[in-house]
Design a protein. Structure first.
Length: 480
């Protein structure tokens, strides 16, 4: 604290300790051309009710100085601004006791805290600062059977992971980053559906389901994903059973979007896997995107191009046609060079670049992306160089409102690679929703995606504190 300010506070506390009221007026410049006047006038009851006279002058003085720097969590920065403002403005202070100081600085700091949203970054986006949900996703819920490193043909038991490309982002934002999230999906009333619904609740995600009744034989079903993680030089293997999948039967009109969006949704998200499930699922996404835009939500879409899925419903030409219609309603796009070329038909460099961590090929495509979709404000993706199943080099990039940002790189010792990209998207979106700098948002996504590969399953087991520490250069030293 500035010694002159500290001395001034000491003198005023001693000289005015006999007064029976507090009155103060600050005019504080918050930004060029913008100021705010805080007027506080509070009648203080008799001195003895607040500060017994047996308390020494030194104790009172120490407590008042403490208030300048340590009022309460989240207020310290406001106090710093207040101290700076006190130096160059007309200030009139009459302080009764340390209790009066508590009232004064608590009120002023609280007012500063309420103005912090004025200075949030916008990244070219209009992100609402309030809503019943911070984030809502639309997509299929699936369960993944995971025998670990044992190949399926030799497996004797499996772990069950509940996931879905769109759900994973909502689950990560809820469980790790403590945001209010929801998922719109299909649900079937049979034991597998019950298991999935329980895991959704456990991750703190609010469900909005279209319910289907299982006939006991044919379904409809919740999709099953089978995988083994591989090991060393043996690659991971993933295959599916999406026969008679309930989510593929979703169609426009199945959800009351006005009812869902009216309480307020800050961010809406969907993805290319759900779009490829059937001719109707893409129409549901478009319907939802339009409702989200009308409600003032930011919209994002993960291209997640899967040739196997698109080949069943019409191939690459249909994929480009459908995804182009969806992206017309999107603010934020997630996808690598291959996704952009195959999913949106955007010309670019050779997909198979020699250096997987070189962002230049990705950034070179941004001109073509904005030429076709000039409304897009952000495009982001991960960079990964696979040395073996368990050893990856990891990075991330983003193009944000015309500027480019690149994360640090790190070496990963991978336990389970599935869900790393959704982990990046969650951390990146969290940074944007919180209003941090674009570089910090990229680093948060990069850090969370990296940590997610150290856990089994598709969704996070990390905490926001771990993510923030790693994003700032934290190490794997033991925490005691």
């Amino acid at each position: 604290m500035n010694p002159k300010v500290a001395a001034d506070v000491r003198r005023r506390i001693r000289d005015r300790a006999h007064l029976s009221f507090l009155q103060c007026s600050f005019r504080i410049s918050l930004a060029p051309g913008f100021s705010r006047v805080f007027e506080v006038e509070r009648r203080i009851q008799p001195l003895q009710r607040f500060c017994p006279m047996r308390e020494t002058a030194e104790a009172v003085e120490e407590r008042n100085l403490f208030l300048f720097t340590r009022l309460k969590p989240g207020v310290n920065e406001s106090c710093k601004k207040l101290r700076c403002a006190l130096r160059g403005v007309s200030t009139k202070i009459r302080l009764l006791t340390s209790a009066a100081t508590v009232i004064l600085f608590s009120i002023c700091a609280a007012n500063f805290a309420t103005t912090k949203s004025v200075h949030k970054m916008n990244y070219g986006l209009n992100i609402s600062q309030k809503g019943a949900l911070d984030f809502l996703s639309l997509g299929a819920l699936v369960h993944r059977l995971d025998p670990g490193v044992i190949p399926f043909r030799k497996a004797s038991h499996c772990d069950i992971h509940v996931s879905g490309g769109e759900f994973n982002v909502a689950a990560n934002l809820s469980d790790c980053f403590r945001l209010k999230t929801g998922v719109v999906s299909a649900m079937v009333d049979y034991p597998i559906g019950d298991l999935i619904a329980e895991r959704v609740r456990a991750m703190g995600v609010k469900p909005f389901y279209k319910n289907f009744k299982h006939d006991g034989v044919h379904g409809p079903n919740m999709a099953t994903v089978y995988s083994d993680r591989g090991q060393g030089v043996r690659a991971p293997v993933v295959f599916y059973n999406r026969c008679n999948e309930a989510a593929a039967q979703l169609k426009p009109g199945d959800f009351n979007w006005k009812e869902i969006f009216d309480p307020g949704v800050r961010w809406f998200h969907s993805g290319g896997i759900f779009a490829a499930l059937s001719p109707t699922t893409a129409e549901v996404i478009i319907e939802a995107m339009q409702a989200a835009k009308a409600a003032g939500a930011v919209t994002s879409f993960d291209l997640n191009y899967r040739a196997k899925l698109w080949n069943i419903v019409g191939g690459n030409d249909r994929a480009v046609s459908i995804l182009d219609r969806i992206v017309k309603n999107v603010d934020v796009l997630v996808g690598n060079e291959e996704d952009l070329q195959l999913g949106l038909g955007i010309p670019g460099p050779e997909v198979a670049a020699k250096d997987k961590l070189d962002p230049s090929a990705f950034f070179s495509m941004m001109g073509n992306v904005t030429k076709k979709h000039p409304h897009i404000k952000i495009v982001a993706t991960t960079l990964r160089e696979v040395h073996s199943t368990n050893r990856h080099s990891w990075g991330a990039v983003a193009w944000i409102d015309g500027k480019t940002f690149v994360s640090p790189t790190c070496e990963l010792d991978v336990i389970d690679r599935v869900g790393g990209g959704d982990g990046y998207a969650a951390g990146f979106f969290y940074g944007l929703l919180k209003g941090v700098s674009p570089q910090d948002a990229v680093n948060l996504g990069w850090a969370h995606g990296a940590l997610l590969t150290t856990f089994p399953g598709d969704t996070t087991m990390a905490t926001v504190e771990q993510v923030e520490a790693f994003a700032k250069g934290g190490s794997a030293r033991i925490q005691r």
